[in-house]
Design a binder for this molecule. Structure first.
Ligand SMILES: [Zn+2]
Length: 240
């Protein structure tokens, strides 16, 4: 099992180069997952709702991980998986225009300065086009509440993932900020990334994407591209 992700890691660059015409669209989430055979619908055995998609390799790895966790008395449920550009745009714009409150506030009123408002949203939400959820490699597990993982059942679940997820190819991409991860989103104990494929998308984004790719939504020009890139690149070293 330990060699399975390593094998994919070797093969995936060939996949990306073979599909280069489409890769930018995949990286930016400008696709409908149901129309592409590399994505599969997640059974409700593994998720808290129907209709979510993931890359087949990532789901297969999650299924193995969930089985092992269950044997250890830990329950893992996917609560978010693929989200395309338009899905992320609806999340981002709701926070941008105030229809969805952030920390109890309507940010369109509380933070009129565009750059400052974008940075507040970017504590936990990606700009459309820059989310790892576009890739089909990243999942949110069990809860989106930081405090849920601080004690009791949540703490046990997090500690299990921290100690075991790498065996199945997953890493905590938004780890605690510090020497290993200096910038980017706040810590997310729920967000796990299937490294063998996701690391290739990270590299692709850094090499090929530019300011013109981050457009088509409210607030898209609030920050220079160099700042936006820090959120894509602000990841734990074991996820690179
Ligand atoms: Zn997430």
């Amino acid at each position: 099992m330990r060699y399975f992700p390593a094998l994919l890691f070797l093969l995936f660059p060939f996949f990306l180069s073979a599909q280069s015409a489409d890769t930018a669209k995949f990286v930016l989430g400008k696709i409908e997952y149901a129309q592409h055979s590399e994505f599969v619908k997640i059974s409700e055995v593994y998720a808290n709702k129907s209709g979510m998609y993931l890359r087949k390799e990532a789901l297969d790895a999650f299924i193995l991980m969930q089985k092992k966790a269950k044997a250890d008395g830990v329950s893992l449920t996917i609560i978010s998986a693929c989200r395309n550009f338009n899905h992320q745009k609806s999340i981002w714009e709701a926070k941008w225009n105030g229809s969805r409150k952030v920390g109890g506030k309507d940010l369109s009123q509380a933070i009129p300065n565009a750059a400052e408002r974008a940075k507040e949203i970017l504590k936990y939400s990606s700009m459309p086009g820059t989310s790892r959820h576009h890739w089909g490699t990243d999942i949110d597990i069990n809860s989106l509440s930081p405090t849920y993982f601080d004690s009791g059942k949540g703490k046990k679940e997090y500690e299990w993932l921290r100690d075991n997820a790498s065996v199945f190819g997953f890493c905590q991409v938004y780890s605690e900020k510090g020497a290993d991860r200096k910038y980017g989103y706040e810590e997310e104990k729920w967000h796990w990334s299937y490294t063998p494929i996701a690391s290739q998308f990270t590299q692709y984004f850094k090499r090929n994407m530019s300011a013109k790719d981050i457009s088509g939504f409210a607030g898209s020009d609030a920050l220079p591209f160099t700042e936006v890139l820090k959120y894509v690149d602000g990841i734990a070293s074991d996820c690179r």
